[in-house]
Write a protein that binds this ligand. Sequence first.
Ligand SMILES: [Zn+2]
Length: 248
Amino acid sequence: MTDKPFHENWITPDWAPHANVRVRVTTRHGDHSPPPWRGFNLGANCDDDPRRVEQARHHVHEILGTARAPAWLRQVHGTRIIEAGDQDTDADGIFTHAPQTPCAVLTADCLPVLMARTDGSAVGAFHAGWRGLLDGILEAGVATLAPSGENVSAWLGPAICRKCYQVDAAVRDPFLLRDPRAAAGFTEDGDGRWRMDLFFLAQQRLAAAGVQAVEGGALCTHCHQDAFYSYRHEGQTGRFASLIWLTN
Ligand SMILES: [Zn+2]
């Protein structure tokens, strides 16, 4: 243990789509949340005390130091995308053209995908669990950020890795129905089970949507339970945030 402030364990990815773009990923370091959310829970939908979650979100805003508070979603494993500031926040993607307005997604094994236009004029955050990935949340995100085919760069945040993520045919089959090339994202694991590679499949979908510049995809929530929340490991647990914003 070290005595440095908990947020100094937050992650600043080595990803620089444009000089205007800033990115942070929170971790579960800290003593704000008691078990089973132990650490620093930002999820409002996992039975933690709403006031404590609100305080944690307030801390995030203070630490980021942005003019406006982060915009949080009520994620529903769908493909709806909103603009930061919209009132109805039942969505799995959020974008903004406005400076100093962090867009946030919350995860614990699902894949957070951050995107930015390489002209620095728009950013977005997207929640890609297997369901959202299958149904096209990333394609919807690209279409929203770059309606005229502008260049987009993407970063894949911490999510459950191929070695840790076992699924059955009910998950694999619809991916292959949609695109047979998705087979390369599944490794046979015996007994009708498969290891699923969310990072690979996300990259494949992004490439098909015209996004070649994809970075990240190296951090596993399940392998690194000291740093992240893992739903597969713990069941009831907290959520960490992946945030992206424009400085000006
Ligand atoms: Zn792993």
